[in-house]
Design a protein around this ligand. Structure first.
Ligand code: ATP
Ligand code: FE
Length: 366
C-alpha cells in the first residue's frame, strides 16, 4: 500500500508519501514559523494564504522526491480536524480535487490521532498503550486501544503547553537575544535554558496538585511567568526591547515547571491505568508526541517517571513530533491495514471541522 498524506491543519503545509512498511518514499514541508515569529503568532488569514500558495508545490515536490505519480498511489489521506478551519479547508479541497481527478479513495484523518500513532511507524508498539500528546493546541492523556479507538483520560482545562511556551518566549523577548525565526518559541526556551547558571532561581506553582484526575492547566504558569518578567523589568528599570539579565535562569525554571506538571499528570495516568487494568501487563508502553515532545529536557523528565513504573517511553523522531505529512499518510496506512475502517463516505461528505470531535474518542469519567 502506498498513501499520500496531506496536512494543513495549522501553519505547516505538509505532504508525504508512505508505504505499508513505514518507509517514507517522499515528503515536503513548508513551515510558516519565520512569519509567525515576526508577527507574534499565527494569523489565520496569513496561514490560509500561505497554504493556498504552497499546497500544490508541497504535493508536487513530495511526488517528485518519491519519483512516483498520483496514479501509482493507492489512496489519499488528509487531516480534516481539529485545527484552523481556513487552513484545514485548503488541504481538504486539494485532496478532494486529487481524489476525483485520479479516482482514489480519500481517508479523513484526525490530526491528534495522527500525532498519537506515528511512533508505531518507527517502533513496534502494540495496542493498547498510553499516550501523552503535548503540542501547540492540545494537551491530553489517552489510552490508545486501537487505530480508531481512544480512551481520553484527561486534557488541559485552559492552554496547551506549546502555546504557553510560544507566548512566554514572546513576552520574554527571546528573539532579541538570539535569532530564532527558524525555530519555535518552545525550542527557543529549550535553547536558552541550556545557558542557565541557576535553573532553580524562580519558583513556579505546581498546577492542580490536589486534583486526582488526569487534567492539566497551564494558564497559571503563564501568568506567573508574566508577573516575574514584569517584576524584573521594573527592578532593572528596563524599557522597550531590553531583555532581563536573568533570562536564561527564568527560561530554565519555567521549562522545569512545565515538565514537573506534565510528569505529575503522567504519573497519575499511569497509576489510574494500573488500577483500572487498562493496559496489558506485558505491553507497558507510553508514546509522547506533539511538538513539545521535541523538548529533550521535558522528555527526559517524563522518561524518568515512566521508567519508575516499569514503562517504556517512545517518541517519534523530532521532525515527526511537530506537524508533518508523514503522520497523516501513516495514519492512512494504519486505517487501510485495519481494513474495516476505510470510510465508505462519498468524497463530498468529507468536510473539515475546527472542533476536537470527541465523538470518535471515548472519555473516562471517574
Ligand atoms: P496541535 O497539534 O495541538 O493542533 P500544532 O499542530 O500547532 O498544535 P505542533 O506542530 O504539534 O502543534 O507543535 C508545535 C508546538 O510545539 C509549538 O507550540 C512549539 O513551541 C512547540 N515546540 C516545538 N519544539 C519544541 C521544543 N523543543 N520545546 C518545547 N516546545 C516545542
Ligand atoms: Fe500538531
Amino acid at each position: 500500500t502506498t498513501i499520500l498524506g496531506i496536512e494543513t491543519s495549522c501553519d505547516d503545509t505538509g505532504c508525504a508519501i508512505v508505504n505499508g512498511y513505514g518507509n517514507i518514499l517522499g515528503e515536503c514541508l513548508y513551515s510558516q514559523n519565520a512569519l509567525h515569529v515576526r508577527y507574534g503568532g499565527v494569523n489565520p488569514v496569513h496561514a490560509w494564504e500561505l497554504h493556498r500558495d504552497n499546497i500544490d508545490l508541497a504535493v508536487k515536490n513530495a511526488l517528485k522526491s518519491a519519483k512516483i505519480g498520483v496514479s501509482e498511489i493507492d489512496a489519499l489521506a488528509v487531516t480534516v480536524k481539529p485545527g484552523l478551519l481556513l487552513s484545514l479547508t485548503i488541504g481538504v479541497k486539494y485532496a478532494k480535487f486529487l481524489a476525483k481527478k485520479y479516482d482514489k479513495i480519500l481517508i479523513p484523518i484526525h490530526h491528534m490521532e495522527a500525532h498519537a500513532l506515528v511512533a508505531r511507524m518507527y517502533y513496534d508498539i502494540p495496542f493498547p498503550y498510553l499516550t501523552l500528546l503535548i503540542s501547540g493546541g492540545h494537551c491530553f492523556l489517552a489510552v490508545v486501544k486501537d487505530v480508531d479507538s481512544f480512551l481520553l483520560l484527561g486534557q488541559t482545562l485552559d492552554n496547551a503547553p506549546g502555546e504557553v511556551m510560544d507566548k512566554a518566549a514572546r513576552r520574554m523577548k527571546l528573539k532579541n537575544i538570539f535569532e530564532y525565526s527558524a525555530v519555535s518559541g518552545g525550542r527557543a526556551i529549550e535553547l536558552a535554558a541550556k545557558n542557565a547558571t541557576n535553573p532553580a532561581m524562580f519558583q513556579f506553582p505546581i498546577p492542580l496538585l490536589k486534583n486526582r484526575d488526569c487534567n492539566f492547566s497551564f494558564s497559571g504558569l503563564k501568568d506567573s511567568l508574566v508577573r516575574k518578567v514584569l517584576k524584573k523589568e521594573s527592578e532593572h528599570g528596563l524599557r522597550g526591547d531590553e531583555v532581563i539579565p536573568e533570562i536564561y535562569d527564568l527560561c530554565a525554571s519555567f521549562q522545569a515547571s512545565i515538565a514537573r506538571h506534565l510528569a505529575h499528570r503522567l504519573e497519575r495516568a499511569i497509576t489510574f491505568c494500573e488500577m483500572k487494568k487498562l493496559l496489558h501487563f506485558d505491553t507497558k508502553n507510553i508514546i509522547i508526541s506533539g511538538g513539545v515532545a521535541c523538548n529533550d529536557y521535558i522528555y527526559s523528565c517524563l522518561e524518568r517517571v515512566g521508567n519508575k513504573f516499569g514503562f517504556n517511553l517512545y517518541r517519534p523522531p523530532h521532525k515527526v513530533c511537530t506537524d508533518n505529512g508523514v503522520m497523516v499518510a501513516w495514519n492512512g496506512i494504519e486505517k487501510v491495514k485495519k481494513g474495516d475502517t476505510i470510510p465508505l463516505l462519498s468524497i463530498s461528505n468529507i468536510d473539515p471541522t475546527a472542533s476536537f470531535g470527541l465523538n470518535i474518542i471515548d472519555q473516562v469519567k471517574e
